[in-house]
Design a protein around this ligand. Structure first.
Ligand code: ADP
Ligand code: AMP
Length: 215
């Protein structure tokens, strides 16, 4: 299964991708996670990306396209993958198409999650992530059993620097301007599956699975 999860920041892409990786035994490729790891390690790419990320803007297309092209060639992507947070511009979508063609592969589905702007702000300000295993939580919608501690591994939870309200509003504007056009891009390509991302997490999951398995 070769999938893209498309949607604004906070739509639930990472949450649903984790479930799909287990269900279908295919990797989640999150460009945000890869970039954050590069920033943490202080690699040349990370140093270049940091200012764009801190400001809530997009990292240049050439950088993320290069990351994804390399990642898709790894062995674990042979039977499929879930792209989470990529593509985010029409240029990235065109580059992905060219890379897949080179590899003689085709996308199966682009799952688009629609969520209201105010709900996105509430989701992102309440998002917490485990520093150790990367599992995501929400203080209200998906809280850990013990505040600040990961249920899965006992690691400490943290709040992302870009999940502050001012940066969130900037990221939502960038999404509307640069990423939302991909909805019609993939509709025209005949691969778009639109889901109501306002539903609670388990219902989004159920709906996504049943529609993917039926298609
Ligand atoms: P994205 O990867 O699209 O940026 P996440 O999957 O990290 O979004 O979700 C953002 C926040 O919203 C997280 O704190 C997550 O727990 C919460 N969340 C995800 N899906 C839902 C949902 N359907 N209803 C309520 N909260 C959700
Ligand atoms: P995310 O974890 O998907 O919310 O991404 C966090 C940040 O990483 C974004 O606000 C961008 O600065 C950067 N980023 C992630 N994916 C991309 C992408 N496909 N294109 C450009 N920038 C990206």
């Amino acid at each position: 299964m070769k999938l893209i999860l498309l949607g604004p920041p906070g739509a639930g892409k990472g949450t649903q991708a984790k479930m799909l990786t287990e269900k279908f035994s295919i990797p989640q490729i999150s460009t945000g996670d890869i970039l954050r790891a590069a920033v943490k390690e202080g690699t040349p790419m990370g140093r270049k990306a940091k200012a764009f990320m801190d400001a809530g803007g997009l990292v240049p297309d050439a950088v993320v396209v290069g990351i994804v092209r390399e990642r898709l060639q790894e062995d674990d992507c042979r039977s499929g993958f879930i792209l989470d947070g990529f593509p985010r511009t029409v240029a990235q979508a065109d580059a992905l198409q060219a890379s897949l063609q080179e590899m003689d592969k085709e996308l199966d589905r682009v799952v688009s999650l629609a969520v209201d702007a105010e709900a996105l702000v509430e989701r992102l300000t309440g998002r917490r992530t485990c520093r150790q295993c990367g599992r995501g939580y929400h203080v209200k919608f998906d809280p850990p059993q013990q505040a600040g501690i990961c249920d899965a591994c006992g690691g400490a939870l943290f709040q992302r620097d870009d999940d502050q309200e001012e940066t969130i509003r900037k990221r939502l504007q960038v999404y509307a301007d640069q990423t939302a056009p991909l909805i019609s891009y993939y509709r025209q390509a005949g691969v778009l599956m639109e889901l109501d991302g306002m539903l609670p997490i388990p219902q989004v999951q159920q709906e996504m699975l049943s529609r993917l398995q039926a298609s």
